[in-house]
Design a binder for this molecule. Structure first.
Ligand code: PMV
Length: 337
């Protein structure tokens, strides 16, 4: 039995589109910031007495179909057949475009591989996490992280790696939660496929990614928030433009999403360096530095339809933790020992 904890990450240069849907291979690279305030803690226990995998998320039983397919990869590699009991806890809204699948599969990769008796290095963990969710490959690492799309057909070179950056750089993210963090209607997996198949802007979007990654890496090396934030905003807008142009449309934005974007632009005009990005949900994530968090928080909190504002600093890598760190759901007594 092993428990692991992983942080969510938010892409500053987005991943949107696959070169292989089965192996979950990205069509282009991506670049992200790992967030310390949004975490998933997951306990995996293989048990010969189980006849099927059992999953609970935040204390409620959940469908384990996708998990079972992924655990089969771990079982095959470890040469075991036992089913697993998996208990997962997110400290933030699940499946709403707040990157829960990234922290979920990163925590799972660390916990399940260890519980199955495997010793994997970070690159192997990143590849394994990627099979669950493309963005999860990045959550194996802390700080600023680059996903390498790779070229191999088997995906062995499609893994993430951490980027060197000034450890004193107090990057922060402020998240305007729109619509109460309800579960999203269209999965990023389905939406990416529809976009690739039908959007006249998909190829243009893909063509924009390598230049944006190069610009983001230059900005990181120069510790230039303005340059990094500008490329992050541009990448998010290009990804959403391609998605919106899908037929039928993939439209994650809601009215408060646009309200937040406008408020951040106005904040910037008043001299506060703050840059927005959005994923497969209506929430708006704002990149800034720690000193500007109160101003960004206030700007987002006043938008009608923003139900909550979360703030986060830079997170660390996915790690094995003491089992006691898995929060006990309300009403469930913690069994110790
Ligand atoms: O990891 P997935 O398959 O849920 O895809 C993530 C897609 C975005 O969040 C929209 C972008 C990204 O790079 O995280």
């Amino acid at each position: 039995m092993t428990t692991a904890k992983a942080c969510a990450n938010i892409a500053l240069v987005k991943y949107w589109g696959k070169r292989d849907a089965t192996l979950n291979l990205p069509a282009a690279g991506s670049l992200s910031l790992t967030l310390d305030a949004l975490t998933t803690t997951t306990r995996v226990e293989f048990d010969d007495a189980l006849t099927s995998d059992a999953l609970s998320i935040n204390g409620s039983p959940a469908d384990a179909t996708r998990l079972t397919n992924w655990l089969d990869l771990v079982r095959a590699r470890a040469g075991i057949r036992s089913r697993a009991r998996v208990k997962s806890h997110n400290n933030f809204p699940t499946a709403s475009g707040l990157a829960s699948s990234a922290s979920a599969y990163a925590a799972l990769a660390v916990a399940a591989s260890d519980a199955a008796g495997l010793t994997l290095n970070e690159r192997e963990l990143s590849v394994l996490a990627r099979r669950g969710s493309g963005s999860a490959a990045r959550s194996i690492f802390g700080g600023l992280v680059e996903m390498n799309p790779g070229e191999q057909a088997d995906g062995s070179d499609a893994y993430a790696s951490p980027l060197a950056f000034d450890a004193q750089w107090p990057l922060a993210m402020v998240v305007g939660v729109v619509g109460g963090g309800v579960a999203k209607k269209q999965s990023s997996r389905d939406a990416m496929q529809l976009c690739a198949d039908t959007s006249p802007l998909y190829q243009g979007w893909l063509n924009s990614v390598p230049g944006d990654i190069a610009a983001a890496k230059r900005a990181i090396a120069d510790r230039d928030l303005e340059a990094l934030g500008s490329v992050a905003e541009a990448s998010a807008l290009a990804m959403h433009a391609a998605a919106i142009a899908s037929r039928p449309t993939v439209m994650y934005w809601q009215a408060p999403t646009l309200g937040c974007m406008q408020a951040i632009r106005e904040l910037r005009e008043s001299g506060v360096p703050a840059f927005f990005t959005m994923d497969a949900g209506p929430h708006v994530k704002v990149l800034t530095e720690a000193t500007h968090v109160p101003a960004v928080w206030a700007a987002l909190a006043q938008i009608p339809g923003v139900s909550n504002v979360l703030t986060s600093g830079v997170g660390g890598p996915a790690t094995i933790v003491a089992d006691e760190l898995l929060p006990a759901p309300v009403g469930e007594a913690r069994v110790s020992g």
